[in-house]
Ligand binder design. Structure first.
Ligand code: F3S
Length: 390
């Protein structure tokens, strides 16, 4: 891969140990994937934040790295393993909390915003059309590529951090115009509920790499967020197109081999994620909830009070807004609470005696059984809440 003189000097260690290691990571990736050079990025989203997922080894690496360099572009952070301010309300152990806070200090030293959300595009990290970025977090990657028309490959924690420290990424894959096409036309003729967009993403992710959708009705932001999450979790999808919705739709997609998807098929698919009807915890917010989703959940709870707790995951800003408009107080009366900075997958819920969750998130249903050792029930908000009343 071609390097400028300055890039070569960074590789030789002129800007210190951390940037040298970061450049080694980017050059290795570029060589593996045949990149010709490095390109400037507009922002980074760094994954690998929860102590549950990175452990002591990850912490020690970050501790060393963070003493030597700061990021060169605006950089946001994926969810941590707990609410950074109200972790005790989640029954997180003090040992876990102390490690998690040390990890956050490392990111803070590097100049990374302690945003701790998988929806950075809802809190100001909104890449411009056709800009290059380096994002970790599969759901946000799909959203950035597809809905915003930005360009990112599926980065991991290490590569997104390396890019943030250098301000560049290897120029290959979805950074190249010619790779941003579609392979199948997916026609969805019936209207879908928001959580069924998640099921659709899982279903389609098994049969295509880069789908082009035609929807009968324009999806809402929350529908697209749900679809992005499950497409990213089902296979290795990082980009989709949707007619009259996404900015890179091309007329030629109309001529692709067409696959029709029906509600009946999706309901059958949904049954793959219903392996329990005894629920310890109802969880929403994968990816993190918008304020409208929280209002909808509160409405569903209005006449119902589940026997188990309801945890609603969101970003810090949305939690504060919910507090300001009185949502927190009304939710608390219904055994529900808003939790910021983390989620049902990367927090240590398995250490809290939770054996089963009900959720509206297909992505959570894909990951939680292995990452949290829990059974799952997938349904819309009303179904999840009524299951928690039995
Ligand atoms: Fe976000 Fe956690 Fe789901 S990081 S997309 S809420 S698994």
């Amino acid at each position: 891969m071609y390097l400028t003189k300055e890039e070569a000097r960074i590789l030789e260690g002129e800007q210190g140990f951390a940037r040298q290691k970061a450049m080694e990571i980017l050059v290795a990736l570029g060589d593996i994937y045949g990149a010709l050079d490095l390109i400037d990025i507009e922002s980074a989203q760094v994954s690998g934040v929860s102590y549950k997922t990175i452990g002591n080894a990850g912490f020690e690496f970050l501790d060393e790295f963070s003493r030597d360099a700061k990021v060169k572009v605006p950089t946001t952070l994926n969810p941590a393993g707990m609410d950074l301010e109200e972790w005790e309300s989640m029954n997180v152990s003090p040992e876990f909390a102390s490690k998690q806070l040390e990890i956050l200090k490392c990111f803070d030293r590097m100049g990374i915003q302690l945003s701790c959300t998988c929806t950075p595009y809802l809190i100001g990290n909104i890449p411009s059309y056709k800009s290059h970025v380096s994002w970790g977090e599969s759901s946000a990657i799909v959203f950035a590529n597809s809905i915003l028309g930005a360009r990112t490959n599926r980065e991991g924690g290490m590569s997104s951090l390396a890019s943030a420290l250098i301000g560049k990424t290897p120029n290959y894959g979805l950074h190249l115009e010619e790779t941003r096409g579609a392979d199948f036309l997916i026609e969805v003729k019936e209207d879908l509920k928001t959580h069924m967009y998640g099921v659709l993403g899982y279903h389609v992710g098994k049969i295509t790499m880069q789908p082009a959708f035609i929807f009968s009705e324009r999806p809402a932001l929350e529908d697209l967020k749900s679809l992005s999450a499950s497409l990213g979790a089902s296979g290795s999808i990082a980009l989709f197109h949707a007619k009259d919705v996404t900015p890179e739709w091309k007329e030629e997609f109309d001529k692709l081999e067409k696959i029709e998807v029906t509600n009946k098929e999706l309901k059958e698919e949904q049954n793959n994620f219903r392996n329990t009807d005894k629920i310890d915890l109802i969880t929403f917010g994968c990816p993190h909830c918008t304020i409208n989703e929280i209002i909808k959940i509160e409405n569903c709870l209005e006449k119902n009070e589940p026997l188990c707790e309801v945890w609603i995951f969101t970003n810090y800003h949305t939690k504060k807004l919910a507090e300001r408009i009185g949502l927190n107080d009304s939710l608390k009366k219904k055994n529900a609470k808003i939790i910021a900075d983390t989620c049902m997958v990367v927090s240590p819920i398995e250490e809290m005696g939770i054996k089963s969750i009900a959720t509206n998130s297909t992505k959570a249903c894909i990951y939680a059984p292995t990452m949290c050792n829990v059974d799952v029930y997938l349904g819309d908000e009303k179904e999840c809440i009524s299951l928690g009343m039995k």
